[in-house]
Design a protein around this ligand. Structure first.
Ligand SMILES: [Zn+2]
Ligand SMILES: [Zn+2]
Length: 263
């Protein structure tokens, strides 16, 4: 499986992706907002884009669909419940469905609601597994829930689905927010040395060659996976004095999401 992460350099800091089959050159484009960059990248490698997948219905993920379809004839894939929100879906997807690219690539559809209620992620099982998670999970962060989402549902997605994927899963999110998110982690957990050293490493990185994290690393540096951290809970209690000593992880998640909204 070949993966190209495409930095759009726009104000929303979107990442687009191309996933290609090394045998046939067929490619799938994920959220190709910057259709020109995606098409230029595909032609540089001699790939043909035959499918587009939208992780969810927000305009910064669907805005390139029509131009790309006009140029390639690609089929459009999205969550089956997004039919009234995304124009021209050819294939509606649900949990457990398979998405194939060419002869060698097969990915599993995960139904990952929370950021919106019709949000899906793609998971590639392999020796080096990969997760394309749109606006659900970011490097060192979690999607917001104020444009059609629900933080309670996002908690379930994090806990019952994402946290259970293999530790070596590479994480490919829909936006580049890592520096700001790491600062939030350090605001919550000033003693988190891994977050501090990663921040130093990525602070001045070129997003065209962005650092790719793994789920194992996210569990160390992403507050939304660190719901049992004693240091984090103690600090959180300064903002929320009603927080008990051994809070329910859901409650910790919701409070973190609340703080991050205003951070
Ligand atoms: Zn979104
Ligand atoms: Zn987005």
């Amino acid at each position: 499986m070949l993966v190209e992460q495409i930095w759009t350099a726009n104000a929303y800091r979107n990442f687009n992706y191309l996933i290609a089959c090394p045998q046939t050159g067929e490619a799938l484009a994920i959220d190709p907002l910057d259709h020109n960059k995606c098409l230029a990248t595909a032609s540089r490698y001699g790939w043909q884009i035959t499918q587009i997948l939208n992780t969810h219905e927000h305009g910064d993920h669907t805005g390139g669909n029509q131009a790309m379809i006009a140029q390639t004839g690609a089929k459009l894939l999205a969550h089956k419940n997004a039919k009234n929100k995304i124009a021209g879906i050819d294939r509606g997807l649900g949990a457990g469905d398979k998405v194939k690219v060419g002869k060698t690539v097969e990915m599993e559809v995960l139904d990952t609601p929370g950021h919106t209620m019709s949000h899906l992620s793609l998971f590639a099982h392999s020796d080096s597994p990969a997760l394309f998670c749109g606006d659900t999970l970011f490097n060192a962060g979690a999607g917001n829930c104020y444009n059609g989402g629900d933080p309670n549902v996002l908690y379930d997605t994090f806990t019952h689905q994402l946290a259970r994927l293999p530790e070596n899963t590479r994480v490919y999110p829909g936006h580049e927010y890592m520096v700001n998110n790491l600062r939030f982690t350090l605001d919550r957990e000033p003693e988190n040395t891994q977050a501090a050293s990663l921040l130093q490493k990525v602070e001045h990185q070129d997003p065209n060659h962005a650092f790719v994290s793994t789920l194992a690393l996210e569990k160390e540096i992403n507050t939304f996976f660190r719901l049992y951290s004693l240091a984090l809970i103690r600090k959180l209690a300064e903002s929320f004095p009603d927080l008990p000593l051994n809070p329910d992880p859901r409650r910790v998640f919701l409070r973190l999401r609340e703080l991050r909204n205003q951070w």
